[in-house]
Design a binder for this molecule. Sequence first.
Ligand code: COS
Length: 408
Amino acid sequence: MDRYLNDAHVALVKRVRDFAREAIVPVARELDESAEFPWETVKTMGEMGLLGVPVPKELGGMGLDYLSYILVVEEVAKYDASHAITISAHTTLGTSPILMFGTPEQKERYVPPLASGKVLGGFGLTEPQAGSDAGGTRTRAVRENGGYRLNGSKIFITHAGVGEIFVVTAMTDPDAGTRGITSFVVCKPTVDMEKANSLGFGHDDSLDFAEGVSAGKKEDKMGWRASDTRELLLDDVLVPMESRLGEEGEGFSNFMQTLDAGRIGIAALSLGLAEGAFDTALRYANERQQFGKKIWDFQAVQFGLADMATDIEAGRHLTYHAALLKDQGRPFSKAAAMAKLFCSELSMRATQKAIQILGGAGYTSDYPVERMMRDAKVCEIGEGTNEIQRLVIGRLLICEMAHEGALA
Ligand code: COS
């Protein structure tokens, strides 16, 4: 992977790997069982700068390129996907829309506490009636007293409980379809104030908490169990004009761009999961003896590992390539959808294969591969189902063909 990575990338990966092995590995299994949010390790990730990797230094981030951020998500996911999605949802979904579409005042106000890891952020898009059909939002924002009144509810929102700053979407003009959707920044206090106060992380008194924004039901999930997923309720929330992110009607196009970038993060997370499962299977195959020899010596096992390694190599090229395009300011929507599609399916194949190689041991929680398989499944669903990725790729292929035809 030398063609993609420089010395700084390699050093960053090593720093993250050392941290993950020392701090995340010992707690990952227990956190998965208890479905508790890992406040302590997330605080450390914030102190290390991992909650603001691609954010400019002057706004409290590390000021690194997007590829660095992708490498961080991948490396953390090798050890625990819940920690990786915490970084990913916070950075690409919570922080980047403000960075990309916010006014200078909004950036100054919200980005530093997010990027420095003082508080967690999230993105409120999905609703009971608006999932893959992201334009079907029912949440309404009506102009009132020089601001807007918001009513609606969002579901499956990462950090809706623990987080404090959210970008949410609402319909300002129901007759205008996707062009009637607008984004807003809303704040609410964390649900775990006691923890936040004891750790000195997760709460910022100076934020403009709006009456009526609250966390709803916590989801009991199959995977990503230590990440916080809940409803985000908007009950008669009055926000000032300055809370609007971008112009009225720009919300749909803006969150599509946010999702394009987020999908590279999910590709990286999936890739990390596949790599973690592969490493476990490789080590196990070299230790486990059957019929008087290491199971590695059986061709069936070697072929399985060879397939996994080949898949992973291909996924890495797709993911790093998409990140590189983004860093170079070139169009990357198709590359991001391809990376997300391929890597999420790869992570399912790799984690299942790893369980098969570990046999009965792989089916128990003594090894991380069963957790990894549960964590992998949602990568085929979140930030756009794989059916949506195929649709996005298909549409872009047709656009490209039409464009080439026009040039001919
Ligand atoms: N970047 C910028 N603008 C985009 C865009 C992108 N990637 N994709 C679409 N747009 C624009 C279009 O150009 C169009 O603009 P105009 O109104 O100026 O013509 C507008 O957005 C509407 O686009 P489109 O007609 O393609 O919208 P559809 O309703 O057909 O929806 C899909 C398109 C299905 C691709 C979209 O709804 C989608 O991605 N759904 C999945 C959502 C998702 O990932 N949810 C999970 C969230 S987890 S946080």
